[in-house]
Design a protein around this ligand. Sequence first.
Ligand code: AMX
Length: 387
Amino acid sequence: MDNEVLLEVTENHLNTGMRGVPVGTCRTSFVTPTEGVHYCGYPISELADFEPEDIVYLLFNKELPTPEQSSEFRKDLENRAALPGDLTTILKSLPKSGHPMDWLSIGIHTLGMLDTTNDWKEDALNLIARMPRLMGLIFRIREGREQNIPADDVSMGLVDRFVHALEFEGVDREKMKRVITTYLVLHMDHGGGNLSTFSGKAIASGKATVYASMAGAMNALSGPLHGRANQSCLEFVLKVGTSDAAEVEAFVRAELEAKRPIFGFGHAVLRTEDPRATAQFKLGAKICPNDENFKIVTTLREVAPRVLAENPKISNPNANVDIASGALLHHIGFTDPTYYTTFFGWARVAGIGAQIVDERTVLRDGKGTPLYRPKYFAEAQTLRHIE
Ligand code: AMX
C-alpha cells in the first residue's frame, strides 16, 4: 500500500495510518523501491562516503557544496556551536533509569528554553551545531561519568566534538569516527511521511518552535515500531549468538514459527537490499570483518532472505538499514543498544530541520503550509460522507 498513490479516498483508507494518502511535497528526499532514499536527487549510494557537514549543507541548500562553500558552512556551524547556557545541570537532574531517547528529547527542549531566535533556519542550524555536545553530555551524565568532562572545542567537526566529549577509554577513535560519520550520513533523512518527520512538521505547522517540534519528532522516533527498531535489531543479533550458517537458519526458522519478526529484514517501500545496509556491510568488511556480531549479521544477510522469500506475503526479504548498524556501533564501543536510537535521532535532526524550514518558509510561495488539520469522521457519519 505504501507504494500506491491514492487519487480517491474511500472508506477502506480510513484508520490505516494515512498509508499512501498524498499530503504534501518534500524538497529534501524521496525513496524508490530499487535505489532507496535519495537526498535532493542523489541516490544514497553516491553519498555514503561524504562528511555529515556536506550532507547537512545539501539538505538545506538542495545542492552539494563546493570546497569553498563547504569550509564556509563548517565555519558557520562552528559559530553556532557553543551551548547557550547550563544544560549540564538539567541533564544531571534526570533519572538515570530514563530511556536515552527521553533524555534526548528533554535535552533538545532545554536547548530551546535556553535560546530560541524564532527564525526557523537559524534555530534549525543552531540545533544541528549543538547536537554533538548534547549527545556527548547525555552519554557522560547518564552513565555517571559526569566529572571532568573536557571543555567543548567548537573548532572540531560534528563527529569529532562528540567523540571528544565522550572520552571512551580503550577504543579506536578513528574507527569510531568513521562508523559514526557513515551512520549520520545514511540516517539524515527519509522522505516526508515517516512518523517522526511528519510529527515534527505537524507540530511546527502550529508555529511551535523548532526545538519543541524536534523534541516531539524525537518522541515519535522513540517508539519500538519506528526508530527503536535499531535497538531491537542488535538485541536480536545478540540472541542469534552464532555465525554458523546452519544454526542461523534453524534460528530464523524457529523465530518465524514462533511468529516473531526477523529483525533487519523487510521494508515498506524498498524491494531490494537497502543501499544503506550495503554501505554498512562494506564498512564492516573493512574495519571489523572478524567481529562476532558482524559475522552474525553477515551470515544472516546470506541466510534470512532465502528463508523469508519462501513466504510469498513478504514483499521484500532483503536486509534493511538496521541490520548492520548495531553490530558496527557495538564494535566501536557502544555496547548498550538502548542508546542506538539517539544516533538515529541525532542524524534526523538535520533532515527534519531542513524539512521544517522548507514547510515554514518556502512552500506555498513562501507562505508555508497551514496548520495541519486532517479530516476525521465521527463513526456514524462515515457512511453518509464516503462511498
Ligand atoms: N520477519 C517476519 N515477518 C515479516 C518480515 C520479517 N522481516 N517482513 C515482513 N514480514 C511479514 C509482515 O509482518 C506481514 O505479515 P502480516 O501480513 O501477517 O501482517 C507480511 O510479511 C507482509 O509484510 P510486507 O508488506 O512485506 O512489509 P510491511 O510493509 O508490512 O512491513 C517491516 C515492513 C519493516 C515492518 C517488516 O518487514 C518487518 O517487520 N521487519 C522486521 C523488523 C525490522 O527490521 N524493522 C526495521 C525496519 C527498518 C525500516 O523500515 N527503517
